[in-house]
Design a protein around this ligand. Structure first.
Ligand SMILES: [Zn+2]
Length: 461
């Protein structure tokens, strides 16, 4: 087994128990243990790089005492920019340019790396430089490569590394999502002087299909100063008032500076007595864009287009069913606030709103399959320790992740983050082969099952 590398989707990282594979190895100071299938444990002694061939180098490989196997963690490989393809008779690993890196051969119930399929001994010790740019491109909502490189060089976002420009990178989901650079009308000045002075709002919808939680409309609100975005999902148009009222009241609590105005179009959901009374009571001006000159509400309409394009690309990437559109729009909004800049002010929308730089450390790629670990004390001995889920983005008000639990057919919010283990999407593709619709498992929703998740709560969206 010493010379066999097994592809594994269930472990937590690349790992080996054999020192000879490392081209560089650094000892670790923290006490970290890996639990084996037989419940034994192995201490992580070091972390380093392993070169399996000229084309395949693994970074961050754990050197684990007493581990008899060499494991390649599929998800980590994808994060490094490789693609893993499982097709009948042609299983392989490809690099970002879709050239063959190595073949995979059946090995019992699993697959192993075919080290004879790649030429020459190890000599290239670093992974493809494009690996990072692909990882961040996916995590940051398929932001264009040029913008990504520029953004990474500005030091405005915590954790985002400096990325190098690569020639001829083509992303297929981006092409499908038709994510062209929007022809933004240049904004030559900032008309307001603090967050919350003026809020733009617009209603989008109805969508063609209802979201998983029965929503048809999106209310999009944009702060004129920071361009910070909020999205709210509605079953009926007239729910808009409640969301706007709560947001305005929140702003008034947060800041001593007075909110001056809100701006919307003439839609019935905005032009009604409830809005009129509310604005009068708070001394707010309600500005309406003229029905014949939509550009007056241009800020919110441009933002709306950007979010829809980002959401479409996200759904496209792993063919996530359309009824998850609200989750995709919510994720797009979450990312946009953290990566888009207000050019004239030279800061991200997030920093303008909250006064500190955003972090992108916790971002993950939308639509990935993931495991959710169950609360151990409620489980009987032979019950599975985890549930299958699909990663659907971020909770609005906390650092929790939103996950669709396949068996229970519910969206839940999960924290802390280590409860979640992300798997690459190809596993879902495998399931789809056997089961024509993995999204609708044959079980009915199981409320007992939901109670076992810790600490979870269900959330409508
Ligand atoms: Zn893309």
């Amino acid at each position: 087994m010493e010379d066999v590398w097994i592809m594994d989707s269930g472990c937590s990282r690349h790992m080996t128990g054999h020192r000879k594979w490392f081209s560089s190895l650094n000892p670790v100071s923290t006490k970290e243990y890996i639990t084996f299938g037989d419940n034994g444990q192995g201490k992580v002694i070091g972390v380093g790089s392993v070169s399996l061939s000229t084309k395949l180098s693994l970074r961050e490989v754990a050197f684990v005492r007493n581990l008899g196997f060499n494991l390649v963690f599929v998800s980590q490989l994808l994060d490094e920019g490789y693609e893993v393809r499982f097709k009948k008779g042609a299983c392989c690993v490809l690099d970002a340019r879709e050239t063959l890196v190595c073949s995979l051969l059946p090995f019992g119930q699993v697959f192993r790396v075919d080290l004879t399929s790649v030429s020459g001994p190890a000599c290239c010790l670093v992974a493809s430089p494009s690996a990072d740019i692909w990882k961040w491109h996916r995590r940051l909502g398929h932001l264009s490569f040029d913008l990504l490189v520029r953004l990474s060089s500005m030091g405005l976002i915590r954790v985002l590394p400096k990325l190098r420009a690569e020639k001829d990178l083509v992303c297929h989901p981006c092409r499908h999502g038709k994510m062209v650079a929007a022809s933004h009308i240049p904004v030559s000045q900032v008309m307001t002087s603090y967050p919350g002075e003026l809020l733009h709002m617009d209603k989008v919808g109805p969508a063609r299909v209802a979201s998983v939680n029965g929503k048809w409309y999106v209310l999009l609100v944009v702060d004129d100063f920071s361009w910070f975005l909020w999205v709210f999902f509605m079953e009926f148009k007239d729910e808009a008032f409640g969301f706007v009222r709560d947001l305005v009241l929140r702003f008034r609590n947060e800041s001593h500076k007075a909110m001056r105005a809100i701006r919307s179009d003439n839609g019935g959901e905005f032009r009604n007595s409830r809005f009129e009374n509310f604005c009068r009571d708070l001394g707010l001006e309600h500005q309406f864009s003229s029905p014949y000159t939509p550009p007056q509400n241009g800020v919110v309409e441009r933002k709306n287009r950007t979010l829809v394009e980002m959401a479409r690309t996200k759904l496209d990437e792993h063919r996530t069913p359309r009824r998850f559109w609200a989750e995709a729009v919510n994720t797009a909004c979450y990312i946009a606030n953290r990566i888009f800049l207000r050019a004239f002010l030279g800061k991200t929308l997030y920093e303008l709103r909250f006064g500190r730089q955003p972090s992108v450390k916790h971002l993950r790629a939308f639509g990935y399959k993931c495991f959710v670990l169950k609360k151990a004390r409620h489980l009987d001995k032979f019950e599975s320790r985890c549930l299958d889920g699909i990663f659907l983005g971020y909770a609005s008000s906390s650092r929790a992740f939103r996950v669709w639990i396949l068996e229970a057919k519910q969206v839940v919010e999960i924290e802390p983050l280590h409860q979640l283990q992300l798997l690459p999407p190809f596993l879902r593709a495998q399931m789809m082969k056997e089961d024509p619709c993995p999204w609708l498992p044959p079980h009915s929703p199981n409320s007992k099952l939901m109670q076992r998740l810790d600490p979870l709560r269900t959330q409508g969206r």
